[in-house]
Write a protein that binds this ligand. Structure first.
Ligand code: NAD
Length: 261
């Protein structure tokens, strides 16, 4: 018996990184997984490897997200768990240098996507009288980091929305929690290193009291727990999976964006 046995789980951004690990981990724990992503080739490959279903979904489009949820309910009869995971790393510049296009893309992909997901999934969960929503926040919603104001703003909003929804939908049997990962070894961070410099790799290790960056599977463990009935009395929390980063005085933000002297 798996920890999420027979639950119908939707994971956005499930083709790579943390979302891939979550999709894989949920499937290993007995879930029927439906993953959505803009990377069709990788998404199909993950779905086929874990015995799940892939559907193209750009989370910055309500129509795509709604279609992902509706296709899931059509195929499986219900949605038990929604993991709002997909996001893009737009940052590394002072907030006043960010273009309006970058801001709009970030907010649409990283924040509106969460609204779209819950807007589409909640009616089904309310009708069923149960459900669990796991939103991917970030340690950057807890600590300051030069150059990442907009990204941090979206993640902070996700945590706040999570708390609000937990209060609002608890009486309907729906739990809503978020996860705040520290630096995790994923394609997203490989992209950040490629754009901002390899010095980041050492900096990231130093930032985490535990002495290393995290693995996607370590975040997946938190998602599996929050989705499972073992977390039946846990709602409205933000679970930090950050190697101690958010409590660390060794934080070195200047490495992320050179400061003018
Ligand atoms: N990697 C980290 O260090 C870290 C730390 C804190 C929080 N997070 C959060 O964890 C989540 C996953 O991050 P990751 O590092 O695995 O990212 P990643 O870039 O490695 O993978 C993200 C996946 O989302 C997909 N994606 C991108 N834009 C999309 C869109 N518009 N619609 C649908 N899918 C889309 C990508 O194709 C990819 O498969 C994000 O919410 C991120 O903000 C990551």
């Amino acid at each position: 018996m798996g920890r999420v046995q027979d639950k119908v789980v939707v994971v956005t951004g499930g083709a790579a990184g943390i979302g891939h690990a979550i999709a894989q981990g949920m499937a290993q724990e007995g879930a029927q997984v439906v993953l959505g992503d803009i990377d069709d080739a990788a998404g199909e490959a993950v779905a086929s490897a874990i015995g799940g279903t892939f559907r193209h979904c750009d989370v910055s489009s309500f129509d795509d997200v709604s279609a992902l949820i509706e296709a899931t309910v059509q195929k499986h009869g219900r949605i038990d768990v929604l993991v709002n995971n997909a996001a893009v790393p737009i940052g590394g510049m002072p907030v006043h240098d960010m273009t309006l296009e970058q801001w709009d893309k970030l907010i649409a992909t990283n924040l509106s996507s969460v609204f779209y997901g819950v807007k589409a999934a909640l009616p089904h969960m309310i009708a069923a009288g149960k459900g669990a929503i796991v939103n991917m926040a970030s340690a950057q919603g807890h600590v300051g980091l030069d150059g990442w104001t907009a990204y941090s703003g979206a993640k902070g909003a996700i945590m706040s929305m999570t708390r609000q929804m937990a209060v609002e939908f608890g009486p309907k049997g729906i739990r809503v929690n978020s996860i705040s990962p520290g630096t995790i070894d994923t394609p997203m961070n490989q992209q950040v290193v490629a754009e901002l410099g390899t010095h980041l790799t050492d900096t990231w290790v130093k930032m985490h009291p535990i002495g290393r960056i995290g693995k996607p599977q370590e975040v997946a463990e938190a998602a599996i727990y929050l989705a499972s009935d073992a977390a039946g009395f846990t709602t409205g929390v933000d679970l930090k999976v950050d190697g101690g980063l958010s409590g660390a005085p060794r934080f070195v933000p200047e490495f992320f964006m050179p400061r003018e002297s």
